[in-house]
Design a protein around this ligand. Structure first.
Ligand SMILES: Nc1ncnc2c1ncn2[C@@H]1O[C@H](COP(=O)(O)OP(=O)(O)OP(=O)(O)O)[C@@H](O)[C@H]1O
Length: 580
């Protein structure tokens, strides 16, 4: 996290971007509010003094002038209010967009490393909360600081020593109120983190609901929820107590100073140094010198309360920026890959868990020719899925070189157009089946979608659905079976029709009949299509050009089905991996 203290708020203000002129005008127009408040004191003084002199003509004149000023002030106040609100709605929108795009840009492994509930709350609730508090804080502080300055100047003309005494007391009030700010900031951060833990818990429970029900985990989650809520409640109580205590302390100080001030003014009026109108004006202005300190202290407290949300939201943005700037170290600059190479990994090192000493891959080399069909086999945990994620750029390798059709996979270059990828765990998005198949494809029509579904053996079950390809898909594809989801994911890859097809256990959820159909699909792939797939099934190896056996992140053996069978390696490997 780069931003600390007040710089956090300054960073958030930069999101006002194209609304900064509006914000500036809005702030300038706050002067009208201030002038209006001060003007009221002046009006009362003039009325009382004119009343004492019994001058009816001047009274009527003042009434007309003040009415016009009042109307003008109302219009300008309205315009200023609109400018301020609108500029802040722009700030919130820009902040939300930026946070969302940061979220979108986070590398896969870092997204995976964070809890989705936490990410959601940072990108939505925290941003909203932070902007709202900043708005109240900024305008409150600006308006009241202005009011203080003008009221104090006016007061100085009436009674300088008394005005200075009141101002010094106001400053004291503000500093007394600041004593608790560090504590409030800390509580605020803790509250936001706890609220995020609660959201994570609810999300986790909803996602794993079948396990929760089957294993009777309701009480486990219930107790955990109760604990989090209890902790949060204690934090809220601490925050409320501190806030209330602060508020009361400020009120007592303000009222005491006001009473003493009024007493001193009355003394000076008794001594004949002030008119009745001036006494009234002074007491009104005295409030306007003291009140701003109370309100500024209050708004400052609001800002401190929002510190937690600002910190969390910006942390996400900064996190994304840091990740983008990290460069992959390419050790041993290499000869350019040969033209017929589809995928190349040279001297690649990768540690999926940075806190673990041992890398998963170290000085790893692999070359796959254009059009080659390669199966990756190996025991569970040997690194098969990680290897595919490195090739697709989902995992960023720590060093070495990875290329797809001569394009370097470095987390920044656009290599995704070259491959279609069916991950081990597929995800379907809310939308129709048709949309889920066509995500990622560039040009297609309904006919293309149907043909892709036919190839993936999905057309049969889709056509039997009441709404066919227009059937809505629930979150995560909840209403479809594992095998149906898998076939839709394969259809998605088929429609994209990229020169490199990457499948990670793409038939693991399918019954034998459907698995055989996918097998035939792979067998009939055009010769120019390169295919890499992870499998635990011996039956799916019959058509491949090469089998690569992985063992703890290194290639234990590589060769054709015949070669490996003759060396008795393959049988052992598949037997072992099937057993695990
Ligand atoms: N994001 C990650 N964070 C930490 N460790 C990881 C991560 N991804 C993979 N690993 C570790 O890397 C190793 C290889 O995992 P990988 O998923 O590649 O194995 P696999 O061969 O595909 O296994 P399976 O056949 O069970 O799917 C495992 O020990 C796993 O714990």
């Amino acid at each position: 996290m780069k931003h600390k203290g007040a710089s956090i708020f300054l960073r958030v203000f930069t999101y006002v971007k194209n609304g900064k002129n509006l914000l500036l005008f809005g702030l300038i127009l706050l002067m009208v509010d201030v002038a209006f408040n001060i003007g009221i004191a002046k009006v009362q003084q003039s009325f009382l003094d004119v009343l004492n002199q019994g001058d009816f003509k001047r009274l009527s004149f003042y009434l007309i002038v003040f009415s016009i000023c009042f109307l003008l002030a109302m219009i300008l106040t309205f315009v200023g209010y609109f400018f301020r609100e609108y500029s802040f709605s722009l700030l919130t929108r820009n902040f939300q967009f930026d946070t969302f795009s940061m979220l979108n840009k986070l590398p896969y492994e870092e997204l995976k490393g964070r809890h989705s509930g936490d990410l959601i709350s940072r990108a939505s609730y925290d941003v909203q909360d932070c902007s709202r508090h900043l708005k109240d804080g900024l305008f409150g502080i600006f308006e009241n600081a202005l009011q203080f300055a003008v009221a104090l100047t006016y007061l100085c003309f009436i009674n300088f020593p008394l005005a200075v005494t009141v101002a010094i007391t106001g400053v004291l009030i503000f500093f007394c109120s600041s004593i608790f700010n560090p504590k409030l900031r800390k509580i605020s951060s803790e509250i936001y983190n706890k609220e995020s833990d609660i959201k994570n818990l609810i999300k986790e429970m909803a996602q794993g609901i079948s396990v929760v029900k089957a294993y009777g985990l309701q009480s486990y989650f219930g107790e955990k929820y109760a604990k989090y809520r209890r902790d949060t409640y204690l934090l809220y109580r601490k925050s409320i107590l501190t806030n209330v205590f602060m508020q009361q302390l400020l009120n007592i100080m303000r009222e005491s100073v006001w009473i003493i001030g009024v007493f001193l003014i009355c003394l000076s009026a008794i001594n004949g140094e002030m008119t009745v109108g001036l006494v009234l004006t002074f007491t009104l202005l005295m409030s306007q010198v003291l009140w701003p300190f109370v309100i500024i202290a209050d708004r400052w407290r609001t800002l401190n309360n929002s510190y937690g949300s600002a910190y969390r939201a910006l942390d996400l943005a900064a996190f994304g920026q840091n990740s983008q700037s990290e460069k992959i170290e390419v050790t041993n600059p290499l000869l350019p890959p040969a033209e017929d190479i589809a995928v190349l990994l040279r001297n690649v090192s990768f540690k999926p868990d940075k806190s673990v000493e041992e890398p998963l891959f170290e000085s790893f080399d692999l070359e796959i020719r254009r059009g080659e069909k390669v199966a990756i086999v190996g025991a569970s945990g040997s690194g098969k899925s990680s290897l595919l994620k490195l090739i697709t750029g989902l995992y960023r390798h720590d060093s070495g070189l990875i290329t797809i059709f001569d394009k370097q996979v470095d987390g920044t270059s656009e290599v995704k157009d070259f491959y279609s990828y069916v991950p081990q765990h597929n995800y379907l998005f809310t939308g129709t089946i048709s949309e889920n198949i066509s995500f990622g494809a560039i040009s297609f029509d309904d006919d293309h979608i149907k043909r892709a579904a036919e190839a993936a053996n999905a057309d049969e079950f889709i056509s039997q659905l009441e709404q066919g390809y227009s059937t809505p898909v629930k979150e995560g594809g909840a209403t479809l079976s594992g095998g149906q989801k898998q076939r839709i994911a394969i259809a998605r890859a088929m429609l994209k029709n990229a020169p490199l097809l990457i499948l990670d256990e793409a038939t693991s959820s399918l019954d034998r009949r459907n698995a055989m159909k996918i097998q035939r699909l792979l067998e009939s792939l055009p010769t120019e299509t390169t295919c890499i797939f992870v499998t635990h099934s011996p039956a799916s190896l019959s058509f491949v050009d090469r089998i690569v056996i992985l063992e703890k992140g290194r290639i234990a053996a590589s060769g054709s089905l015949e070669e490996l069978t003759q060396r008795n390696l393959l049988y052992q490997e598949l037997f072992n991996s099937a057993e695990v």
